[in-house]
Design a binder for this molecule. Structure first.
Ligand code: IPD
Length: 278
């Protein structure tokens, strides 16, 4: 894929992120129409659906041969998504829907573009805070116009670790998450949960935390933030320490390889085989 084509895709990604941000801002302080998906911890609003439709139509108009994976269309069709070598736009219209429903500011629009199964563009927009995070493969990561650099901390004891409860309410999954959180609190400086995987990854990219780990997240939640964090110098892996598989619903991101290694050592503890299925 040529540089001018990628430039055009990047410009379009920013444009649709801004348009999505406007829809989020307009609805943020209003009463939301909320539907439950998998369980009462897994929500969708009319704004999630409106943004996804708008983005899909703009992208298919401009790039008719490109593929599209969106959180809400996947939920509606129930179809499993797969990755091919074709250019693929992967979006989460509102990452942090529970925050959005509660008018909490950590609400983001997340868009990643993969070509030949490599992420080449990542855009995460947090419209309520006017924070536009962007990255292109090999070209660094930015918050608005400021270049991002992840923290240089190498000792997990000095690290703030971000993690989430997630939306599964399966008893074993919850039990294992609690065990992992126990290990993380014991071995780190503290834990945080901002309620949006994309925002969590951008916090690591911006040095506002040193690591993030989550099981049960999807490609649309993390693919853009993962490129932003990696381009800011962070390490992005599977929580076991292996290469990240974007379809495996789990991610570990750390500011340095040393913190990643320590995290994978402790985070594996207490993890049952059923996490493999998430
Ligand atoms: C959710 C957020 C949350 C994470 C959940 C995701 P959504 O995405 O990223 O932080 O813990 O696992 O499902 O549903 O708000 O798009």
């Amino acid at each position: 894929m040529s540089d001018p084509e990628l430039d055009e895709m990047f410009t379009t990604a920013i444009e649709v992120a801004k348009a999505a941000g406007q829809i989020i801002r307009d609805a943020f302080h209003k009463e939301k129409e909320v539907d439950i998906k998998m369980n009462p911890a897994d929500l969708v609003t009319e704004s999630d659906q409106a943004i996804e439709k708008m983005v899909h139509s703009r992208i298919s108009e401009k790039f008719p041969n490109h593929r599209f994976i969106g959180e809400e269309s996947t939920a509606e069709s129930g179809e499993k998504h797969c990755l091919t070598d074709e250019p693929t736009w992967i979006i989460d219209p509102i990452d942090g829907t529970t925050n959005f429903v509660n008018s909490v500011q950590e609400v983001s629009f997340s868009l990643g573009v993969m070509v030949n199964q490599k992420t080449v563009i990542g855009v995460v927009y947090v419209p309520i805070k006017e924070e536009m995070y962007t990255a292109r493969l090999g070209r660094g990561a930015y918050l608005n116009d400021k270049k991002l650099q992840a923290s240089k901390i190498t000792d997990l004891k000095q690290a703030v670790v971000i993690t989430e409860g997630g939306s599964s309410r399966d008893a074993k999954v919850v039990e294992d998450k609690v065990k992992n959180i126990h290990a993380l609190i014991t071995h780190s400086r503290g834990i945080r949960a901002y309620g949006s995987a994309a925002v969590n990854l951008c916090h690591v990219a911006a040095g506002r935390g040193q690591a993030y780990v989550e099981y049960g997240v999807h490609i649309w939640d993390f693919i853009a933030g993962a490129l932003i964090a990696a381009e800011a110098g962070a390490v992005v892996l599977d929580p076991t320490g292996c290469d990240l598989n974007p379809l495996r619903c789990r991610i570990l991101c750390a500011c340095t390889p040393e913190v990643a290694q320590a995290m994978s050592q402790w985070n594996i503890r207490g993890r049952r085989a059923n996490f493999e299925e998430l």
